[in-house]
Design a protein around this ligand. Sequence first.
Ligand code: CA
Length: 236
Amino acid sequence: MIKAVFFDFVGTLLSKEFEDITHQNIIREALRRVKAENVDPLKVWEEYEALTGEKFKEYAGKPYKPIRVLEEEIVEEIAKKYGFEIPHDFWKIHLKMHQEYGKLYDEAIETLKTLKANGYHVGMITDSDNDYLSAQLEALGILGFFDTITTSEEAGFYKPHPRMFELALQKANLKGEEAIYVGDNPLKDCVGSRSVDMISVLLDKKGDKKEFWKECEFIISDLREVLVILEELNGQ
Ligand code: CA
């Protein structure tokens, strides 16, 4: 019997397309603050995305180091290369732009509401700093949907480290086989959740992660399909 559904955040509930727009606006605002008009924000953004991607790959499964620090290291490296100063309140700009431009996938609220109405434990397990996450969830108006939230900051590790998933189950007082985990990263989300016997569901909206589908038990392209999987598993 499945009693809980845990979600990843960025790229699963939070739209990846709007996340890109958010990051572009962080760079634009940072450059504006330090009057670096000669620097191309889109070029800086592309480099920022590439370096962030590398950094998160490097830290997968490793002990937690604040994302705030990782981001500042990346921006420092780029700023040196392009010859601009970093605004002293870079992290504040980061949080503010996420609150302003972050957007959920269209079907996210409907899915969360239905799960709550059907009595499921709704949880989140995400590679995140606590201050970013609470500010963002509050701005999106969905903080109240979650029975439990487990971050890397709290668990002390990044996904796919099992500690993230174990801690979430412990907080919900559930066993792995009583929960499903929905994420958009097969190597972090499917591998991590399966390591504690959760049922892994991959959200692959564009169908471009086929080579990694074997890591996951279910593949969906729309969050509402989670409700169908639950019916199937629980025999409703
Ligand atoms: Ca994700």
